[in-house]
Design a protein around this ligand. Structure first.
Ligand code: NDP
Length: 257
């Protein structure tokens, strides 16, 4: 696998914590030399710390470019590729991971601002990132080449009470991914979905507006996955031979079966 990631440029959204952060480390650990990572999120300082740590402690000549990018801001996304340093412009793999859930409430009670945040981050942001990066893929020979890996959720397949908007956003990711895969069939652009079940990250802290006690209660008595469990699958998928498409993976802890 290492050789197939050699020389690649990988962009990860939501790389400042959880699954995105772990995916950055996993790419760096797995790749041969010459890997370039573009790590994006809103918390630039955290990204800078991660970038410095990867370059210093994983080494292997991996180069990391931390970039402040709010995916819910379409204007920020448009044109970001042109602003990348020349050596990071030729993106090969886009991991659309940034996402969140805000609140747990029945549909009539959901705060409209939270609805907007979830849709603009999980859906519009993911689509806008895809639109920004696809032209790079499509100008390559034989119809184009590259990987788009979208992080969806089990919630996009199995909706739950109190999560109607989040579930709807992840169902939208699923539908968009499926359609795009079909649109790319005559190219070498792989369009992939990875759907986690319960993973212990900052996700629940964000869900409860920073209330750590409520967030911890979500994981009480269960054995959730770690972000590394998902990162390993993402990197394995990206490292397959070009003609091998692991299109759709659902990963959850045993207790969630
Ligand atoms: P975390 O909260 O740990 O990470 C979310 C990441 O998304 C952070 O890096 C955050 O960075 C970034 N992010 C949020 N909003 C924006 C924005 N507007 N622009 C740019 N970046 C943003 O959660 P997870 O790692 O768990 O979540 C990653 C993905 O996995 C999400 O898409 C989530 O829906 C999905 N998922 C998670 C599950 C779980 O149980 N944890 C289960 C199923 C799916 P910053 O705040 O710095 O911007």
């Amino acid at each position: 696998m290492a050789n197939r990631l050699k020389g690649k440029t990988v962009l990860i959204t939501g790389a400042s914590s959880g699954i995105g952060r772990s995916t950055a480390y996993e790419f760096a650990r797995t790749a041969a030399s010459d890997l370039k990572l573009i790590l994006t999120a809103r918390r630039l300082e955290t990204l800078q710390e991660i970038a410095a740590d990867i370059e210093k402690n994983i080494g292997k000549g991996v180069k990391v470019y931390p970039l402040k990018l709010d995916v819910s801001n379409v204007q920020e996304i448009q044109g970001f590729v042109e602003k990348l340093p020349q050596e990071f412009k030729e993106i090969d793999v886009l991991v659309n991971n940034a996402g969140l859930v805000k609140g747990v409430a029945k549909a009539p009670e959901i705060n409209p601002l939270d609805i907007n945040t979830m849709i603009s981050t999980n859906v519009t942001g993911l689509i806008a990132m895809t639109q920004a990066v696809l032209p790079i893929f499509l100008k390559r020979p034989n119809g184009g080449a590259g990987d788009i890996i979208n992080v969806g959720s089990i919630a996009g397949r199995e909706p739950y009470q109190g999560g109607s908007i989040y579930c709807a956003t992840k169902a939208a990711v699923r539908s968009f991914t499926d359609s795009l895969r079909r649109e790319m069939i005559s190219t070498r652009v792989r369009v992939i979905e990875v759907d986690p079940g319960q993973v212990e990250t900052e996700f629940s802290v964000v869900r409860f507006y920073g209330d750590k006690e409520k967030a911890d209660a979500v994981y009480a008595g269960c054995d959730p996955l770690t972000p590394d469990d998902i990162a390993e699958v993402i990197v394995f998928t990206a490292g397959r031979r070009e003609n091998v498409v692991i299109a759709d993976t659902l990963i959850f802890p045993q207790h969630q079966a």
